[in-house]
Write a protein that binds this ligand. Structure first.
Ligand SMILES: Nc1nc2c(c(=O)[nH]1)N[C@H]1C(S)=C(S)[C@@H](COP(=O)(O)OP(=O)(O)OC[C@H]3O[C@@H](n4cnc5c(=O)[nH]c(N)nc54)[C@H](O)[C@@H]3O)O[C@H]1N2
Ligand SMILES: Nc1nc2c(c(=O)[nH]1)N[C@H]1C(S)=C(S)[C@@H](COP(=O)(O)OP(=O)(O)OC[C@H]3O[C@@H](n4cnc5c(=O)[nH]c(N)nc54)[C@H](O)[C@@H]3O)O[C@H]1N2
Ligand code: SF4
Ligand SMILES: [Mo]
Length: 693
C-alpha cells in the first residue's frame, strides 16, 4: 500500500518538534522528524517515535468506564457525561462549590483542546480548589514575571542561537529539550553555542548537558541563591550596572542591589561548594561577553528558594544589559498572544487554602495542600475531584498521602487515557481520542520558543463515531454540570474558530489560510526586543524590588548550613522518559533499567553499601526501597532519583509499566516544603538517609 506523509507538531513535550507521520491507509506505520520544519529541522527524540506505541497500546482506554467496586464497566458517552455533571453538581448542592476540586496535569498545556476549553468548565464549577502541575513546576517563574514585568507569561527567553555566553543552573536541556525555553534539538543548538562561545552548567550532577558544556560546576542542592548573590556582588564590584537601555523603566533597582550587596556571602564556598575565586571569574566572563544570558529551570525553581533564584537570575541579566537584548533574554511575540488585553496577568492571595491558609496564585492553590484539603473534615472539605491529564499520585509531594485521600472521595472523574496510579480511584473515566485526531495550535510553547514560529497542526486522521476529542469532552462536561446545577452554559465554537479569533486578536497579520498553506510551520524570525514596550506593571516600569522577593533575602540568611554527612536528593530526566506516563511504551522502557538511585562511591562506602545493592531511602515523610548505582557524576553528599516511577499498584491497567522497576520519588517528598512566595513545592534538595534494605 502507498505511504502518505502527514505533518504536525509533536504533542508530547515543550520542544514542539515537527513530525512526519507516515500512514498506510488508516494505519500509522512510521514517524520521522520533519526535515522541512524550519524550527526543529528534523529533530526527533525517542518519545516522538513512541507515539507509535501509544497509538497501538492495548491498555489505552478508548471508551468511557464506570467503576463498580473494583470492577470497571463500559458506559456510553451521553450517560457518562450526564452522570459526571450530575454527581459534581450534587456534591456542590450538599456541601458548597469548594467541595469539588480539580487537578490539571502537564499534558493540558500541550493540547489546544484543554487550554482553551477548560476555563468555561472551571467557571461553571466556581471552586476555590483548583490545582495543577504548575505548582510542582514553574510557579516561581510565573510569579517573578508577574511581579517584575506585570504578567505571568511575560517571560524573557534565552536567545540560545545567538548568545555568546550561557549560564545554565538546574536544567538539563539535552535530556529535556528545553523548558520555558522551547528549543527542539537543544543539544545541537547548545553544542553550536559551546563551539562559538561558552556554555557553563551549574548542577549537582554532571548531566548530559554538563558533558557538552565548556565547564561544569557541582553545586550543593538548594544553595543556588547564595551562588547567585555572590555572582551578582562580583558583577557589581566590576563597575556600575549597564542599564542605560532601560532608562526611565526601572523601579527599585538601587534598593534591590543595596540589599543584595549587603548580604553576607563570606561563606559562599562552604554553602555551595564553589570557590569564591571561581565565582569572581564567572562574573568577569559574564560581564565581558558581548551577549550573555543566565537561565535556571527545574533544579532552581522546584526548590525551597525557587522564586528568589528566578528573581536573582532576572536581575543578573538586567544589570549586565542582557535583558531584552538580542543574544540575551527576550520575550517572544507569539501570533496568538498570551499576554496583553484579554489574558490573565496574574494574581495572588485573593483567597487562601482552608487548612493551611496558603495564598492562591493565578487562580489556583498549591497542589502540595490537596491531600489535606480532602482529608480534613469541616465546612469546605473537598469531597469530589476532577482530574484532567494528570497523575498527582506520582507527581506531587507526599504522593502516598494523596493516594489514600483519593480513595476516600465521594466522587472522582478523570479525563485521561490510562487507568493509572491516580485514575484507579476515579468513579468515571472519560478517555479522549488520540491527539493525532485533533487540530492543535500551540499557545504556550510558541510563546516560550527561542525563535518566533507558528504552526497549525491539522488532524492526522478522522475520529470514529465512538471517539471524542478532548475539547468535546470538556465542553460537554461543562454543559452537563451547568445543566445539573441550573446554570447558564454557552458552547464554545470548535478549535479552528477559536484559533482564528486568537490570531486576529494578536494582530500579527497571520491567519488560518497562511497556516493551512504551511504544513511544516512558519518561521517569523529570531527573538526581538519588546519587553520594555509591553510591561504590564501598574507603574509601567520593571519592578526590581518586589517586597515579596526582598523578604526572601532575610529568610535565606536564616538558613543553617547543612551538618556534615547530610545527604540531599535531586531528580533527573532521561530522553526516554516523560514524567510518569510513558512507561507503558515498549520502545521507551526496553533495554537497561533507568529507575535507580545514583550515589557517589564515597557516600556508598561511608554507609557500607556497594553498587547494585537494594537500599532503603528514607525521608522525614516516608521510605522506599530501590536499587543503587555508584556514580562519579554526582557531587558527594547528593543522591539522584528520577520521578514518575513506582507503578505496579493494584487496580492499574498498564501491563508494561507494571513490569518497570522503581519507586516513586514523591513517596519521600514533604508537602510542607514549599517555595514561600509562590507556594510551589520544593521537591529537589530533600534531606534523606540511605541504608541497606
Ligand atoms: N519529584 C519530582 N516530582 C515532579 C517533578 C520532578 O522533577 N521531580 N516534575 C514535576 C513536573 S515539571 C511536572 S510537569 C509534573 C507532571 O505531573 P502530572 O501532569 O500530574 O503527571 P504526568 O506524568 O505528566 O501525567 C500525565 C497524565 O496525562 C495523561 N494523558 C496523556 N496524554 C493525554 C491526552 O492526550 N489527554 C488526556 N486527557 N490525558 C492524557 C496520562 O495518562 C497521565 O495520567 O510532575 C512534577 N513532579
Ligand atoms: N525526556 C524528557 N523530557 C522532558 C520531560 C521528561 O520527563 N522527560 N519533562 C518535561 C517537563 S514537564 C519539564 S518541566 C522539563 C524540565 O526540564 P529541565 O529543568 O531541563 O529538566 P530536569 O532534568 O528536571 O533538570 C533539572 C536539573 O536540576 C538539577 N538540580 C536539582 N536540584 C538542584 C539545585 O538545587 N540546584 C541546581 N543548580 N541544580 C539542581 C538536577 O540535577 C537536574 O539536572 O522537561 C520536559 N522535558
Ligand atoms: S523532544 Fe521528543 S517528545 Fe519533545 S517534542 Fe520533540 S520529538 Fe516530541
Ligand atoms: Mo513540567
Amino acid at each position: 500500500m502507498a505511504r502518505e506523509s502527514r505533518f504536525r507538531a509533536c504533542p508530547l513535550c515543550e520542544a514542539i518538534c515537527g513530525l512526519e507521520l507516515q500512514y498506510e491507509g488508516p494505519d500509522l506505520v512510521a514517524i520521522r522528524g520533519d526535515a522541512a520544519d524550519p524550527f526543529s529541522r528534523g529533530h526527533i527524540c525517542p518519545k516522538g517515535n513512541a507515539l507509535l506505541d501509544l497509538e497501538a497500546d492495548p491498555d489505552r482506554l478508548r471508551a468511557p468506564l464506570r467503576r463498580r467496586g473494583s470492577e470497571w464497566e463500559p458506559i456510553g458517552w451521553d450517560e457518562a457525561l450526564a452522570e459526571a455533571g450530575e454527581r459534581l453538581a450534587a456534591v456542590q448542592r450538599e456541601h458548597g462549590n469548594d467541595a469539588v476540586a480539580a487537578y490539571l496535569g502537564n499534558p493540558n498545556v500541550h493540547h489546544f483542546g484543554h487550554i482553551a476549553y477548560l476555563p468555561p468548565l472551571l467557571k461553571s464549577l466556581r471552586s476555590k480548589n483548583i490545582y495543577s502541575a504548575s505548582s510542582v513546576d514553574q510557579w516561581p517563574h510565573q510569579l517573578v514575571d508577574w511581579l517584575m514585568y506585570g504578567h505571568q507569561f511575560l517571560l524573557p527567553i534565552p536567545d540560545i542561537d545567538r548568545t555568546a555566553y550561557m549560564l545554565v543552573l538546574g536544567a538539563n536541556p539535552v535530556a529535556s529539550n528545553g523548558s520555558l525555553m522551547t528549543a527542539p534539538g537543544a543539544e545541537k543548538r547548545l553544542k553550536a553555542l559551546a563551539a562559538r562561545g561558552r556554555l557553563v552548567v551549574v548542577d549537582p550532577r554532571r548531566t548530559e548537558t554538563a558533558e557538552i558544556a565548556s565547564e561544569h560546576h557541582f553545586i550543593r542542592p538548594g544553595s543556588d541563591a547564595w551562588f547567585l548573590l555572590a555572582l551578582l556582588q562580583e558583577v557589581l564590584a566590576l563597575g556600575p550596572p549597564s542599564v542605560q537601555a532601560y532608562a526611565g523603566k526601572l523601579h527599585g533597582l538601587d534598593e534591590a542591589l543595596a540589599a543584595i550587596v549587603a548580604m553576607d556571602t563570606g561563606d559562599v564556598a562552604g554553602r555551595t561548594g564553589i570557590a569564591r575565586a571561581e565565582i569572581a571569574r564567572l562574573a568577569r566572563e559574564f560581564r565581558a561577553a558581548p551577549q550573555a544570558v543566565a537561565y535556571g529551570r527545574m533544579g532552581v525553581s522546584v526548590q525551597a528558594f525557587g522564586s528568589l533564584c528566578q528573581w536573582l537570575i532576572q536581575l543578573l541579566n538586567l544589570v549586565t544589559g542582557n535583558l531584552d537584548r538580542e543574544g540575551g533574554a527576550l520575550p517572544n511575540e507569539p501570533a496568538f498572544p498570551v499576554t496583553g488585553p484579554g489574558t490573565s496577568p496574574g494574581n495572588r492571595g485573593r483567597w487562601h487554602s482552608r487548612v493551611r491558609g496558603l495564598p492562591e496564585f493565578a487562580g489556583e492553590l498549591p497542589v502540595a495542600t490537596l491531600a489535606e484539603e480532602i482529608r480534613t473534615p469541616g465546612p469546605g472539605q473537598v469531597r469530589a475531584l476532577l482530574t484532567c491529564a494528570g497523575n498527582p499520585v506520582l507527581s506531587t509531594p507526599d504522593g502516598r498521602a494523596l493516594d489514600a485521600a483519593l480513595a476516600s472521595l465521594d466522587f472522582m472523574v478523570s479525563v485521561d487515557v490510562y487507568l493509572n496510579e491516580t485514575t484507579r480511584h476515579a468513579h468515571l473515566i472519560l478517555p479522549p481520542a488520540s491527539p493525532l485526531t485533533q487540530p492543535h495550535y500551540d499557545l504556550h510553547f510558541n510563546a516560550f520558543a527561542v525563535r518566533r514560529v507558528a504552526k497549525l497542526s491539522p488532524p492526522m486522521r478522522e475520529r470514529s463515531a465512538a471517539e471524542r476529542a478532548d475539547w468535546e469532552i470538556l465542553d460537554r462536561l461543562g454543559a452537563a454540570h451547568a445543566a445539573a446545577a441550573g446554570k447558564p452554559w454557552r458552547d464554545l465554537p470548535p478549535p479552528r474558530d477559536l484559533i482564528a479569533a486568537g490570531l486576529a486578536r494578536g494582530g500579527s497579520g497571520l491567519d488560518l489560510a497562511q497556516l493551512d498553506a504551511a504544513p511544516h510551520g512558519i518561521d517569523l524570525g529570531p527573538l526581538r526586543p519588546s519587553l520594555l514596550s509591553r510591561l504590564e506593571t501598574a507603574s509601567g516600569a520593571i519592578e526590581c524590588a518586589p517586597p515579596l522577593l526582598m523578604a526572601e533575602l532575610a529568610r535565606l540568611a536564616a538558613v543553617a548550613v547543612d551538618a556534615p554527612g547530610t545527604l540531599r536528593l535531586v531528580g533527573r530526566r532521561h530522553v526516554r522518559s516523560n514524567n510518569s506516563w510513558m512507561h507503558n511504551a515498549p520502545r521507551l522502557v526496553k533495554g537497561k533499567p533507568r529507575h535507580q538511585l545514583l550515589m557517589h562511591p564515597a557516600d556508598l562506602a561511608a554507609r557500607g553499601l556497594a553498587d547494585g545493592d537494594r537500599v532503603r531511602v528514607s525521608s522525614a515523610v516516608g521510605s522506599v526501597v530501590t536499587d543503587v548505582v555508584a556514580s562519579e557524576d554526582l557531587m558527594p553528599g547528593v543522591a539522584c532519583l528520577p520521578h514518575g516511577f513506582g507503578h505496579a499498584r493494584p487496580g492499574t491497567r498498564q501491563a508494561r509499566a507494571a513490569e518497570v522497576a522503581g519507586a516513586s520519588y514523591n513517596d519521600l517528598t514533604d508537602s510542607t516544603a514549599l517555595d514561600g512566595p509562590s507556594g510551589n513545592a520544593a521537591l529537589n534538595g530533600l534531606a534523606i538517609e540511605v541504608a541497606a534494605a
